[in-house]
Write a protein that binds this ligand. Structure first.
Ligand SMILES: Cc1cc2nc3c(=O)[nH]c(=O)nc-3n(C[C@H](O)[C@H](O)[C@H](O)COP(=O)(O)OP(=O)(O)OC[C@H]3O[C@@H](n4cnc5c(N)ncnc54)[C@H](O)[C@@H]3O)c2cc1C
Length: 420
């Protein structure tokens, strides 16, 4: 077992890090000023994307990138340290066309789309010519159980007619979002996991309506604004169906593995930031005659944050490695893989919350203000404990994979014999 990054991985990490330091970070203050007033995030995004693409730092999160598709094909494990760097700023992933929810959508399209669908929907995403969303969650049903999803997709000749409502759809309120993958019921009589299908719905299809924009814990997602959508008799060609009728769960699962692991990779990078900020801030402030960093409590918070972060990083790397061994199709059917994804999906957001909370405390009042990025990190950690499946669902999965030992307590070889 080798715990160092491979030479190739290290090279890519250095390249991306240098680009981030010279091109992305210096623009962060300008980005903050822009987004304080509007959603149209950055006038410099297209220019930065062009530079990143020229530098070969493009579409890095797609291990199954075909030779004729633009970008650099990296394994999940090679991508992990790069995603960490991008994760330090909420908007940085888009510079490299590595942002959610587009990348998981690209992976779903790579795996499930027909050649015509790929040309029409995947290609523009790979070129950053458009944005996309994924619509599963609904206001009227407990959507953590995907079998509850109730949007109706009724076949009518060569089309499907869609009726329903979706909310908390990341990216759906982005002005450049041109389509979303919608999950809905195509056959109420089928087995619970074969009732649903996924279909590509153009945002400009008649009957698709952006009801409102949503914020999460008071934070606006400027890179992929969240929308609530209504679908009123939306007619979409059956040629837009992703996979076969009844494949909805399969498509969603192919998409969800990478979606979750990428969020975890980015979150680990995001955790580095509050640790650094805690160090600097506490070194610069004096309270009761001492530098704040000299207090045991603060040193302990920083050290504990490091312990937790390194544990989570290792677990995430193992998950990435396993995903590489299985491929996305294999991953969606491999128990070991799902277990690893669930493990990091629970561990990383909780860690992010804890570390951001410590940093917020160290910063005092400023920690909760918009002048520091800490409360957004806290909100992001909180979101990830619900989004892409709440903690409880993952913990239940993890519990179910625990193996019952083949002995009773009375016979356990690990316990002292009970006196007769
Ligand atoms: C900011 C943000 C962005 C999002 N982006 C998207 C997106 O792009 N596309 C999309 O489709 N969805 C998106 N979501 C929705 C998200 O995936 C759902 O909120 C999540 O799956 C939970 O569904 P729900 O909100 O209906 O909660 P419910 O299903 O009503 O669950 C509520 C609570 O019930 C409890 N619970 C549920 N199941 C169990 C169980 N098995 N055991 C114990 N307790 C349980 C949990 O505490 C859970 O939090 C987003 C959500 C947020 C907050």
């Amino acid at each position: 077992m080798d715990f160092d990054l491979s030479e190739r991985s290290e090279q890519w990490r250095k390249r991306l890090s240098a680009f981030f330091d010279s091109e992305v970070l210096p623009r962060h203050r300008a980005w903050l000023e822009r987004t304080a007033g509007s959603v149209e995030a950055s006038p410099f995004m297209a220019e930065l994307q062009q530079k990143a693409r020229t530098a070969g730092l493009w579409n890095l999160g797609l291990p199954e990138l075909a030779p004729d598709e633009p970008g650099t094909r990296l394994s999940n494990l090679e991508y992990a340290p790069l995603a960490e760097i991008m994760g330090r700023l909420f908007w940085a992933s888009e510079v490299f066309n590595c942002q959610a929810p587009d990348v998981p959508n690209m992976i779903a399209l790579q795996n499930c789309a027909t050649p015509e669908q790929k040309a029409r929907w995947l290609r523009p995403l790979l070129e950053a010519g458009t944005r996309s969303a994924f619509g599963m969650t609904e206001p009227d049903v407990a959507s953590s159980d995907a079998t509850n999803i109730a949007t109706r997709m009724v076949r009518d000749g060569d089309d499907y007619i869609i009726n329903g409502r979706k909310w908390f759809i990341t990216g759906a309120a982005h002005p450049r979002c041109s389509f979303l993958i919608v999950m809905g019921v195509t056959n109420f009589d089928a087995d619970r996991t074969r009732r649903h299908s996924c279909i590509i719905v153009p945002m400009d299809a008649p009957g698709v309506r952006l009801v409102r924009r949503l914020r999460w814990m008071g934070c606006e997602d400027h890179t992929a604004p969240i929308g609530e959508l209504a679908f009123d008799n939306v007619r979409v060609s059956a040629a837009n169906l992703l996979g076969a009728e009844g494949d909805g769960f399969k498509v969603a699962q192919i998409r969800l593995g990478p979606a979750r692991i990428h969020h975890c990779m980015r979150s680990i990078g995001l955790c580095e930031l509050p640790i650094e900020l805690m160090m600097v801030r506490s070194a610069e402030r004096t309270a009761f005659g001492r530098s704040v960093i000299q207090y045991d409590t603060v040193q302990r918070w920083i050290a504990e944050s490091r312990v937790e972060l390194e544990q989570a990083r290792l677990l995430t790397y193992r998950c990435a490695w396993r995903l590489d061994q299985a491929g996305h199709h294999g991953a969606s059917s491999s128990t070991k893989n799902w277990r690893d994804v669930s493990l990091i999906k629970v561990a990383v957001p909780a860690m992010l919350q804890r570390i951001a909370d410590r940093a917020l405390q160290v910063f005092g009042a400023m920690g909760g203000s918009d002048d520091a990025p800490i409360h957004q990190a806290l909100a992001w950690g909180r979101l990830l404990r619900i989004g892409d499946g709440p903690d409880e669902v993952h913990l239940r999965q993890i519990f179910r994979m625990e193996v019952m030992p083949p002995w009773s307590i009375a016979d356990s070889p690990y316990l002292a014999a009970h006196p007769s």
